[in-house]
Write a protein that binds this ligand. Structure first.
Ligand code: SIN
Ligand code: FE
Length: 308
């Protein structure tokens, strides 16, 4: 695992980034690296920051998984029974601003991708991560690769941009070996090598999707690629021998820092920290600088067939 530290002046001097530099940043991300900005390139307006950090005082008035959905301009996860309409409106505006600014920043930073991504959800994570009591599959303190149970990506990559907005505390992560290595620990063996759906399964899934039934049974929305990635996420968290023995490296993200990483391929866990903002991008695997590094490419090679 490689962390590449990027200082802000690397972005400021010289107007457009040199092609070679931006391609190297993309290649590093695609190979399982983390791009780390000790000082975030996306400063949050002080009043927005104050508001977000102030959620501590108001305690449980706001829920834990606060998500902003840019495509619908919708906020979810807020307890509407206890949050005041003013709180809701302000949180919505803060998240909307954050989401837009990360999208704009990445468009100018990861230029080789030419914005071939879908802007996915943004999240606000106000809870202390240390000692959270969650069922195994929902625990984020166990190493895992990300997969969304109800939102299959069909081979598109999950790129996440984080910001530790806590004024004094680090956000403490553990990261593991990149996908190309870690996948061999699980497949074939603990997980079957993925294989394409049979004609009958494909037809059944298409029917379920067109009738709307797929929203009741999320598996019917998944391609063989998504099914594998979901199982990898679950199996990794449930495999205590893997958790105890895999290669791991601790990383501390300082207050005010940002970082980005392809979380569907880099095993990661958060051990401690409070107050983070995050924006997810679903990136077209065809936009990769090194297309062979995309998990869909690696799995299709293993399977000898198309999986999405
Ligand atoms: C995760 O994606 O597993 C959690 C990362 C974080 O909240 O820092
Ligand atoms: Fe995760």
């Amino acid at each position: 695992m490689a962390i590449e530290t990027i200082q802000l002046d690397a972005l400021q001097n010289g107007s457009p980034q040199k092609d070679e530099q931006t391609r190297a940043w993309c290649a590093n991300l695609e190979a399982g690296g983390i791009l780390y900005f000790p000082q975030t390139p996306i400063p949050i307006p002080p009043s927005d920051l104050q508001f977000l950090l102030g959620q501590q005082q108001t305690g449980s008035r706001l829920h834990k998984n606060i998500a902003y959905k840019p495509d619908r301009d919708q906020l979810s996860g807020v307890d509407k029974k206890t949050a005041t309409p003013e709180d809701l409106e302000q949180l919505h505006a803060v998240m909307r601003r954050y989401s837009t600014s990360v999208d704009n920043f990445l468009a100018g930073f990861l230029t080789p991708y030419k914005r071939r991504w879908r802007l996915d959800y943004a999240s606000f994570r106000p809870l202390e991560e240390e000692g959270r009591d969650l069922p195994v599959r929902r625990r984020n303190d166990l190493l895992h690769t990300d997969a969304f149970p109800t939102r299959p990506t069909r081979g598109w990559r999950i790129l996440r941009f984080f910001h530790n907005i806590h004024p004094t505390r680090t956000r403490d992560w553990v990261v593991g070996d990149p996908f190309s290595k870690v996948v061999k620990v699980f497949a074939p063996g603990k997980l079957a090598t993925p294989k394409p759906d049979s004609a009958a399964t494909r037809t059944a899934k298409q029917l379920a999707q067109s009738s709307g039934l797929a929203s009741l049974v999320p598996q019917w929305k998944r391609t063989p690629y998504d099914e594998f990635m979901m199982q990898l996420h679950n199996t990794m968290k449930e495999d205590s021998a893997f958790q105890a023995s895999c290669n791991r490296e601790n990383v501390e993200f300082v207050p005010g820092s940002s970082w980005m990483v392809y979380t569907e391929t880099v095993p990661h866990a958060v051990l401690g920290g409070q107050y983070a903002l995050e924006q997810t991008f679903l990136v077209d695997p065809a936009a990769m600088v090194t297309p062979g590094s995309a998990p869909i490419a690696i799995l299709e090679k293993m399977a000898g067939a198309r999986l999405a």
